[in-house]
Design a protein around this ligand. Sequence first.
Ligand SMILES: [Mg+2]
Length: 114
Amino acid sequence: MSDPRPVVCVDLNGVLDSYTGWKHEKHWDPPRPGAGEFLRDLHDRGFRVVVFTTRWADDAQAWLAQHGLDRWVSEVTDKKPAAHVFVDDRAVCFRGDFGETLKEIQRFRAHWEK
Ligand SMILES: [Mg+2]
């Protein structure tokens, strides 16, 4: 039976963690304060939470479990799922205007790069 809940895809590095930039594949930063409450609130509001990452899925799953965040997460993936919303520190939201999007891309900086 398929899960009817709308999917919210949440990025790991730069969203759920206190990202300090890429170092190497064994390096993991601790969770960002409030990350657990955020995942719980999404879950409690009826969303299916999928963690969306470029990291190895098994490593990401272990990090979530180590910090007690896995209980709110239905799936970890590095593929693009059919989602209602994506939460990402490197996203530009396309609102139908290529010109505005180009400007946003040119001035873009992740919050942790500022
Ligand atoms: Mg990220």
